[in-house]
Design a protein around this ligand. Structure first.
Ligand code: NDP
Length: 295
């Protein structure tokens, strides 16, 4: 039997990730199928990268099923809609930045059909997805991961971080750290802007010093100072991730006032600036709070 991989959800991340999976399956003599809620996107993907655009029941018959959707709620919907096509022995690899609780529930539900579930969110952004260099953090059984490790064609690095749900927890904590770094750098730069300091010079110093982060080295110079805010990772998605991180903290009865504060601020920014703006546009709220512009 020809081995088949299915990729469901061809958005900003899923589109380029699926292209790598299609290419790998073709090189291996396997079959790749793609599905997207808006069918035209799947047709365009198949026309450009190969693979076949199929309906959901057909996609559900694959040996490995990838999903990359906004939240675990959409994964729930797709899972139930795909239910009739699922076959025992399949591994469902969810690359959504999802919720650990949902992962445990989904793993239990899929086990009823003999399907294994791995939560396998990714980091590296749309650039990493295009280059096939994403870091994948996997929660779930070792055996299931080994069954599909070779299919993770979009990965530069694969790290198993624990049982089902652990991948989503690590991703949420990573992203609330991104939010905290971005937000606090914005606060500091807004103060310097009010002082009249040249922000390019300030960043040159910070990036050669201990206050640097990906926010100061890449995001702020390329997206904020330029005023471009290119929408590659939505502010609403970052607020969702920070909310999951807050749930993780509460779930373990942890104490994380800085992370909780960050979650509240990013949620406010997503409400006031808009969920579809790039995540770096959160700093437009910092600008409003300070009556200044970070440029
Ligand atoms: P996009 O908004 O670009 O894509 C979302 C995808 O989900 C589209 O294919 C969309 O289909 C589909 N979709 C939305 N709602 C439904 C639904 N109800 N049923 C079925 N399909 C649905 O999101 P991203 O690709 O940016 O993000 C996907 C995941 O990856 C998120 O969890 C995000 O947090 C995470 N992520 C994003 C990164 C980034 O840089 N963008 C980086 C790392 C992780 P349609 O075409 O029909 O709208």
């Amino acid at each position: 039997m020809t081995r088949t991989a299915a990729f469901l959800g061809l958005g900003a991340m899923g589109g380029p990730m699926a292209a790598h999976v299609v290419q790998r399956m073709q090189n291996q003599g396997g079959r790749a199928v793609v599905w997207n809620r808006t069918r035209a996107r799947a047709d365009a993907h198949a026309a450009r990268f190969g693979g076949e655009a199929v309906d959901l029941t057909e996609a559900a018959r694959a040996d490995v099923i990838f999903t990359c959707l906004p939240t675990s709620a959409e994964v729930d919907e797709v899972l139930e809609a795909a239910w009739d096509g699922l076959r025992a022995g399949t591994v469902w690899v969810d690359c959504t930045s999802g919720h650990p609780e949902a992962a445990r529930r989904q793993a239990e539900r899929l086990a009823e059909r003999g399907v294994a579930f791995l939560d396998a969110p990714v980091s590296g952004g749309t650039v990493g997805a295009g280059a096939g260099t994403l870091t994948v953090m996997v929660g779930g059984e070792v055996g299931a991961l080994e069954q599909v490790r070779g299919d993770l064609a979009f990965a530069g690095r694969v790290v198993r971080v624990g049982d089902v749900g652990a991948g989503f927890a690590v991703k949420a904590i990573n992203n609330v750290l991104l939010a905290a770094n971005l937000w606090t750098a914005g606060e500091g730069l807004a103060a310097l802007a009010r002082l009249g300091v040249d922000l390019g010079a300030a960043l040159e110093v910070i990036n050669a010093s201990s206050g640097r982060s990906n926010a100061t080295e890449n995001l702020i110079p390329r997206r904020v100072l330029t005023r471009e805010f290119p929408a590659t990772f939505g502010l609403g998605l970052l607020a969702k991730d920070a909310g999951i991180a807050a749930d993780v903290v509460r779930d373990v009865r942890g104490s994380a006032p800085m992370l909780m504060q960050t979650e509240a601020l990013i949620r406010a920014a997503a409400t006031l600036i808009g969920p579809d703006a790039d995540h770096t546009a959160a700093l437009q709220l910092v600008e409003q709070m300070n009556g200044t512009v970070i440029r």
